[in-house]
Design a protein around this ligand. Sequence first.
Ligand SMILES: [Zn+2]
Length: 578
Amino acid sequence: MPPLRELAYRARRVLFPVELPLWYSPAYRLPITGTASRGIEPRRADYVAWWLLDWGALRPDGVRTPQRVDWEALERVHTPALLESLSQPETLGRIFAADPSDIPVDELLHTVRLACGATVEAARQTLRTRDPHLNLLGGFHHAAPGAAGGFCPVNDVAVAVAAVRAEGFRGRVVVLDLDAHPPDGLARCFAGDPSVFVGSISGSDWGPLPGVDETLLPAGTGDEPYLAALEALLARMPAPELCFVIAGSDVLAGDRLGLLALTLGGVRRRDRRVAVALDGVPSVWLPGGGYTDDAWKALAGTGMVLSRGSLTRIPRRHDPMMARYSKIARRISPELLGETELSRLDIEEALGLAPADATPLLMGFYTAQGFEHVLHVYGILEPIRRLGYANLRVALDRSGLGDRMRLLGDADGKEHLLVEMVAARAIVVGREVLFVHWLSLRSPRAQFSARRPRLPGQEVPGLGMAREWGELLSRMAKRLGLAGVAFRPAHYHTAYSARYNMAFVDPARQGRFEALIRDTAHRPLLEVTDALDQGKVLLDGAPYAWEATEMAWWVKEPPGDPAQVAAERERARFSLAR
Ligand SMILES: [Zn+2]
């Protein structure tokens, strides 16, 4: 490997920074609620776009807006039968491993066509400018002319090649497929086409792929042997006149579906090595798969390499959702959210129009309209609308325990309850907090199925937005001048999904919780949560009853002693009874 070329590449990118041509739309988020439970982060493109903007890879107005690919372009590659089948929820459900009841066909096809349209347009533009383009959704390498599967409804790479060919491009095309899985769809799309070279490094053996330069590496390969195999592939690769790079993040260690076990640093070196090899060659970079919490960091790293040649680490604890919400919070003006100096309540009361309790406020601050505005600016309403719920609106009233907020929406000629929350101020360990007595995020149109089993306490499947809601509650606590957010998780799975930013207030309780996660990590979440409900979980050999005590998130440093958490965690031993 010539490190000098890498240094020169890096120096040039630093001295003469180019604005990264980045293709992204908020509609890249798949409008399927159950993806997160299957290890797919539906917000990967969002996280990467937010990070690259904050990091300075491009200006906010530099983001390229995808347009939907037209059916004519898809027909150049795919059979009419396949394209027709994509309007069936059953077909899309099979491709995306979701229940057909959970598939809003039009919105999902909108997402797919946007991604494919961006790959096509990126190919056109890079042929003109020779700058590498990055599209944050695409690399659907499993789709063949007449068959689709594995999260790949159409083959955007093959469609883009057919489009530029139709417009007169005759040069050699190279596809470097660095996703952890074999390019079976690409092999079939380009079968018998000597003008396209497909080179691939995979960690799974799916049998022979005619026409593909395939390197199969064993499970657990790791950085150095992988980079050596990459070097050999780049040496064999014919000189491209247009290149597509599927920079899969499922090569990362710990991936649920990929086995190659690279580190984040290794993935970044992979990308820089390829970027140097393709210096000056028109190229389109695509994400492919990625099924770990860190998948977004691998893809964000691809963007950092393409814009600055950077190998700088993304901080381990950086939380893109928190960073995003903090930024938005600084922009929201309080007058829009609730009552200002001249409160409407005061005026109405003074005029004798209405008693104060007739116009309920959430937490004594947010009006219904104000809270609806909050949900809008934090980007919570749009993904819900895309699930098929129209006329979204907030209703506020009082319940026995506190203020009740309901988010309602219309679908199938009915009004549906989508979110219900009951919250009040309360004192937890001597501090005043936003206490959530009840929170239900519901997707009533979706049905439970083998792919999407019912969790304890659920009436209907969830909305897939617990992460956003948790962050929203933190922002509310800050806005209201409270010390934090607290709730009592009635079930293990609710505590489990809150564990990223909340902890049990009692350190010993937190220690037992961490021990439980450690000792049951090899079992599916649903099985553990069911076993707890049925009294089949043992603590030090004796039946263990779930302790629904308070979990909290604190604005300032959390109370409690980490040593006490660790001591109880090391002491407690959980097991599952047969
Ligand atoms: Zn893959």
